[in-house]
Ligand binder design. Structure first.
Ligand code: FES
Length: 118
């Protein structure tokens, strides 16, 4: 059994419009498909996995995804961003800052903490 070193969970949730925005209606499926194609083409599938998830609880400014075990949260990406996330983060461990969630007033990305108040 192969245990991945990194897993990228991409929210696919489709919530009723009355409750607000949903990642599933903002291109999350297309992003995940593109991500998987790139990972397979680069022979990274296995050590790295990308999978659909339910709502991650953040919703606004989506779609949202989180990389574990890095605890880096990405938001507002498009399928065209998949290549950069694979090459920078999943291959080289460098956070794609322009897409990473920055907790208010912290000036830092979510890496090392989720930045959400409990
Ligand atoms: S709908 Fe994607 S985080 Fe809630």
């Amino acid at each position: 059994m192969l245990i991945p070193n990194r897993i990228l969970f991409v929210c696919h949730a489709q919530r009723p419009p009355v409750v607000g925005e949903s990642c599933g209606s903002k291109g999350a499926a297309e992003f995940l498909q593109k991500l998987r194609e790139i990972l397979q083409a680069k022979m990274l599938w296995g050590p790295v996995m990308a999978t659909a998830s339910g709502c991650l609880g953040t919703c606004d400014q989506g779609p949202w995804a989180v990389v574990y075990p890095d605890n880096v949260w990405y938001r507002g990406f498009t399928p065209e961003d998949a290549q950069e996330i694979v090459e920078e983060h999943l291959e080289h461990g460098r956070v794609v800052e322009r897409l990473a969630f920055t907790p208010p007033d912290s000036g830092e990305t979510s890496q090392g903490g989720n930045g959400f108040e409990v």
